[in-house]
Design a protein around this ligand. Structure first.
Ligand code: FEO
Ligand code: CA
Ligand code: CA
Ligand code: CA
Length: 602
């Protein structure tokens, strides 16, 4: 049954029309099903979900809220996908207004349950009857890798900054053991069978009971840490900046989890720098090093890459895997500077350099130590004057052509005096609409986003410091003059707005999920070829329910399965548990964020 016939999702389909349905709508000839919902059991003996009787203890056994990154790994590392596989998902944040029947919970109960709904889930899944379909199986002693990583799970800090004084707290005087992970956004699977996940909007979790520590005024400011969090200090004092000024320094890292070692604590890699990490994706360079591409999702922040000092161990046995799990602790961290070649050629393109920030032993930033650079990477990068980008989200190497694709989701500040346009961030205004069929109107800044394509041009390829770039997509409604679809006929493409996560099928086609569509309709997932006569032909493959963003996309199982996350269905201004705007997936009278799989409907 696992025979690889393949290719289904690389074939032609008719694009889904933009819509406002409270449903997942796939291209004709395809269907989708829910694999796992918020509250479903993850660990053996999990408490049955009851929206009216939620507890932190129950949540720590169940699938958390707001699934974002989606990885699918073979049950046995190094082997092809069998009939069972491991699904690895993170839980970015919580929508308390949609999660609780308000009258039955105290404020502190709500906070404690919300805290427990963050983290990650690892669970065994199984092929369904329809080719390409997958389903959740009941956790038991036969699913030994099922695991819920939550706010109490210990993470080991590793790399050059681990143990630094600025990472120490009362609970952890060593500065090496952090409880939990928050704001996890995108991620990636490594060639050695682990999963990376980015701690993104961690700044919003910290409150203050008094003054902020004056030692960190500039650092807090650059990271948006203002002490206006979610009030969690009333249930856990570590979220009080006045009490624990170093706790926020322990977040904003890339996390690595080995789903095949369920008893091994996950890690946070200081060598990959600290910022609002969207995610991290690895490619092995021609000379054998692990190269990690990363984005800092903030208006005007940067693209980064890391090249490991050691080479990837090609053995798939335990010794090889253990060696590779050290790769992200030593190497060189870079930030990108892009230079345009001018507008005469009618294209937004040019060349670029990766600027060295530090290695594990040497800082290249004047006045900053290696630990300074890694803990306050944004401030270090500022000193090298890299290119301020329009919110770098997923940055992912295409395994077929080796080029790098970065989603630059939008930037309402672009064009202001503080952030002038440049060739890589060219739009100071863009066309948007408020509802399907409403007229296009002009808004300031870059509102629909870009997809940036990077080709490494140095002799050492991905491990080198030189590249060429172009904006392959200038997103928006194809009727808007500013849009560009890789040169493809704009009358034959789908409107696309706010690219967020990217993925590739085995033919090298780019798959894009969106978050925050400003063209008046729901978010969704799109496919676009990057080579040949159809380069730039963006077609919408599916739309997600009201208020949701589409996350994750992962084409796998010989191109038969598209996994994706429906994050925050019903998240619309004014929506509450009683007055929700969505009830998707329509199994209750309130919405439940879920991971789904789409496949051919035979
Ligand atoms: Fe959590 Fe940058 O999206
Ligand atoms: Ca140009
Ligand atoms: Ca994202
Ligand atoms: Ca997003």
């Amino acid at each position: 049954r696992a025979a690889a016939k393949g290719g289904d999702l690389t074939r032609s389909f008719t694009a889904v029309r933009p819509n406002k349905r409270d449903a997942v709508t796939t291209a004709a000839g395809h269907t989708s099903s829910v694999v796992v919902r918020w509250g479903d059991p993850v660990v053996p003996g999990a408490v049955a979900f009851d929206a009216a009787a939620q507890t932190p203890a129950a949540a720590r056994t169940q699938f958390g809220y707001n699934c974002d990154y989606v990885g699918v790994l073979p049950l046995v590392p190094g082997k092809p996908l069998g009939d069972d596989a491991l699904l690895v998902v993170n839980h970015e944040y919580t929508d308390e207004n949609l999660m609780f029947p308000a009258e039955t919970y105290t404020d502190d109960e709500i906070k404690a349950v919300a805290i427990a709904n963050h983290g990650m889930s690892v669970l065994q899944i199984r092929r369904g009857a329809a080719p390409g379909s997958w389903k959740r199986i009941t956790p038991s002693s036969k699913t030994p890798k099922n695991r819920r990583i939550h706010a109490g799970t210990g993470f080991r800090l590793d790399g050059p900054a681990a143990g630094d004084e600025r990472l120490r707290t009362a609970a952890d005087p060593t500065g090496t053991l952090v409880r939990g992970t928050f704001g996890n956004c995108a991620g990636g699977m490594t060639p050695w069978g682990t999963v990376l996940s980015g701690e993104e909007n961690f700044n919003g979790y910290f409150d203050k009971s008094g003054e902020l520590d004056p030692r960190y005024t500039a650092e807090y400011a650059r990271y948006g840490i203002a002490g206006s969090g979610k009030g969690w200090r009333s249930v856990d004092p570590r979220f009080d900046l006045t009490v624990e000024p170093h706790e926020p320094h322990r977040f904003g890292w890339i996390v690595e989890v080995d789903p095949h070692a369920p008893k091994m604590g996950p890690r946070k890699h200081t060598m990959l720098g600290r910022f609002k990490h969207e995610g991290a994706n690895v490619i092995v360079s021609a000379n054998g090093h692990a190269v990690v591409y990363m984005g800092d999702d903030e208006r005007g922040d940067y693209l980064y890459k890391f090249v490991s000092a050691a080479k990837v161990d090609k053995r798939t046995n335990l010794a090889g895997r253990n060696a590779n799990k050290e790769l992200l602790t030593a190497g060189t961290l870079y930030v990108a500077k892009l230079t345009g070649d001018g507008s005469d050629d009618g294209q937004y393109d040019g060349t670029g350099r990766w600027l060295k920030l530090c290695t594990d032993t040497t800082s290249f930033v004047p006045g900053m130590s290696v630990a300074d650079v890694l803990i306050f990477t944004r401030l270090a990068a500022d000193k090298l004057a890299p290119t301020k980008m329009d919110r770098p989200e997923d940055v992912e190497p295409n395994p077929v052509n080796g080029r790098i694709y970065a989603a630059l989701t939008n930037n309402s500040d672009r064009g202001k005096s503080t952030m002038p346009v440049d060739e890589a961030n060219p739009l100071a205004s863009s066309m948007v609409r408020t509802a399907p069929g409403a007229p296009l109107t002009s808004a300031s800044g870059n509102r629909n986003g870009y997809v940036l394509e990077i080709a490494e041009t140095g002799r050492l390829g991905h491990a080198d410091r030189y590249f060429a770039w172009n904006l392959m997509l200038v997103c928006g409604d194809p009727a808007a003059a500013e849009t560009w679809f890789g040169g493809f006929d704009k009358s034959q493409v789908s409107p696309i707005s706010c690219p967020d996560n990217v993925s590739f099928d085995s033919a090298g086609n780019l798959w894009i999920s969106t978050d925050g569509n400003v063209l008046g309709s729901n978010d969704g997932i799109f496919r676009v070829p990057v080579e040949g006569a159809r380069r730039g032909q963006v077609l919408q493959f599916l739309t997600v329910p009201l208020g949701a963003e589409a996350c994750g996309p992962l084409v796998t199982d010989s191109d038969r399965s598209l996994f994706f996350a429906v994050q925050h269905p019903g998240e619309i201004t004014g929506a509450t548990f009683e007055k929700q705007s969505s009830t998707w997936p329509h199994t209750d009278d309130f919405p439940r964020p879920s991971v789904c799989v789409a496949y051919v409907d035979r």
